[in-house]
Write a protein that binds this ligand. Structure first.
Ligand code: SF4
Length: 290
């Protein structure tokens, strides 16, 4: 078992393999299941991700509170009918990330990878990048395995929880997991995958958790859109040879320390950030006095 990124990287070097292979071997050992059983279960999980990433692209759904819904469809229609600024793949990814977030906020079925609040980032990244290279089911599962290895390391050495570390820990971790997965999916090295993950965290470092009315809706859905784009750009940068000056293990230690130094108002309590704005307070009163 690897305890951190440097041990996982060392294992990939010793075995001359990818991150996903070490993660799969480890999972076989700790779960006492076969590789094909693990892969089968991950493929089922992936199909839930595909459904949540697609559903609200075509359907006008509303969250239980009514605060969000319909934005995934808007972005999908916008990118189909217009020349966009960011290009089609980025806009499809944004629409997919929003879709999963809207499905989550309307009590639909999502995969909390790593959390429900950040559930849109990983599916949108893997589906969109996978589509571009016509990835096989095997490659898609490999990408999930890579992502889970990054998530395990963050969970072990820092936190994935907004209540403990702010949104940097939720959307930042999801973005890092996705960035590393995309790098390996596109043939990049384990080293490059960890550089992408480290840059992804550094770009979101310090992001507070400030859900309006205490609901995982605003700004959560939009942060999922940001998280997937961050993952895509970090993966492309790492594949181009850009490296993170700060290694991944130190980056997540920094993220954890920032989280611990954050006032409680910025850790899912809805007492600070945009949750404390006059408009957010008015919306909270309206929602809970309906
Ligand atoms: S703002 Fe808070 S609740 Fe919303 S996604 Fe970020 S960490 Fe989760």
């Amino acid at each position: 078992m690897y305890r951190n990124a440097s041990e996982l990287l060392e294992a990939t070097k010793n075995l001359d393999c990818n991150i996903w292979e070490v993660v799969l071997e480890n999972e076989i050992k700790i779960s006492d299941r076969t590789a094909s059983a693990i892969r089968g279960q991950m493929l089922e999980t992936f199909s839930v991700m595909q459904n949540s990433a697609a559903f609200a692209q075509e359907s006008d759904i509303k969250s239980i509170s009514g605060l969000i819904g319909g934005d995934a469809k808007k972005v999908n229609e916008y990118r189909k009918n217009n020349k966009t600024i960011c290009g089609d793949s980025v806009n499809i990814a944004i629409s997919r990330a929003l879709s999963s977030s809207e499905v989550n906020a309307s009590m639909g079925r999502i995969v909390a990878a790593p959390t429900a609040g950040s559930c849109g980032i990983l599916p949108a990244a893997i589906i969109t990048a996978g589509e571009q290279i016509a990835a096989s089911d095997e490659q898609l599962v490999n990408a999930l395995l890579t992502a889970s290895g990054i998530g395990q390391i963050i969970a072990k050495n820092a936190t994935l929880s907004g209540a403990e570390g702010g949104c940097q820990a939720e959307c930042g971790s999801a973005s890092a997991m996705a960035a590393a997965a995309l790098v390996e999916m596109y043939g990049g090295s384990p080293d490059a995958a960890f550089h992408a993950a480290a840059i992804a965290i550094s770009n979101i470092l310090g992001l507070v958790c400030d859900p309006v009315a205490g609901l995982v809706e605003v700004p959560c859905a939009n942060r999922n859109a940001m998280g997937v784009v961050n993952a895509m750009l970090c993966a492309d940068m790492a594949l181009a040879g850009v490296t993170s000056i700060i290694p991944f293990d130190e980056m997540i230690e920094a993220m954890y320390k920032v989280g611990r130094q954050m006032p409680v108002a910025f850790k899912e309590t809805a007492l600070g950030g945009i949750a404390a704005t006059p408009t957010a307070l008015r919306l909270k009163t309206e929602i809970f006095h309906k």
